[in-house]
Design a protein around this ligand. Structure first.
Ligand code: THU
Length: 172
């Protein structure tokens, strides 16, 4: 028996979103440039200001002009004012090198309460910011995600993490 209007069964089409990414067992398996970038992201965790969460995130990007830009999370007593490492990096990259694409961004973290032994992935707000940075520079941002040790994920484009994104196209 039909519990919803019967023609709904006939007009519905399923769509699927899926993507693949590379998983490495540890940093030694990465190529030298990627290894260096992840090390720079790990080092950037030391520059984080995170007295409230004690979760220190570092990000490092290799830009298309060869420059390396880094960022770290910067918190505030008024919690929502805090900014994630990824968006600190994007703002810095765009301010110092306007219009220059980011080729690869590495993200790492450390915390006094948790082991940094697996990758973390950008929050939803950062995914939105990464997507727009990619689209305005017309180049994918490759992501290297890894803790201070352990497995590493390499994702070909940050936008893969934000299917069905709301984009600037909608405002044209
Ligand atoms: N944070 C980042 O900087 N990047 C992420 O990808 C996840 C979360 C920060 C925000 C906040 O300062 C702290 O980590 C805990 O959420």
């Amino acid at each position: 028996m039909c519990l919803v209007p019967c023609n709904a069964h006939h007009i519905m089409k399923e769509q699927k979103f899926e993507f693949s990414f590379d998983v490495y067992d540890n940093i030694d398996e990465l190529k030298e440039n990627d290894r260096d970038l992840l090390i720079t992201a790990r080092d950037a965790t030391e520059k984080s200001y995170a007295p409230y969460s004690n979760f220190h995130v570092g990000a490092a990007a290799k830009m298309a002009n060869g420059e390396i830009v880094s960022g770290s999370n910067q918190e505030n007593a008024s919690f929502p004012v805090g900014i994630c490492a990824e968006r600190v990096l994007l703002a810095s990259a765009s301010s110092h090198h306007p219009g220059v694409p980011i080729e690869t961004m590495a993200i790492s973290y450390q915390s006094k309460y948790m082991n940094s032994d697996h990758p973390i992935s950008p929050c939803g707000m950062c995914r939105q910011a990464l997507q727009e940075f990619e689209s305005r520079t017309t180049k994918p941002i490759r992501l290297i995600l890894g803790g201070m040790k352990g497995k590493i994920f390499v994702i070909a484009s940050a936008s893969l993490l934000l299917p069905l994104a709301f984009t600037s196209e909608e405002l044209k």
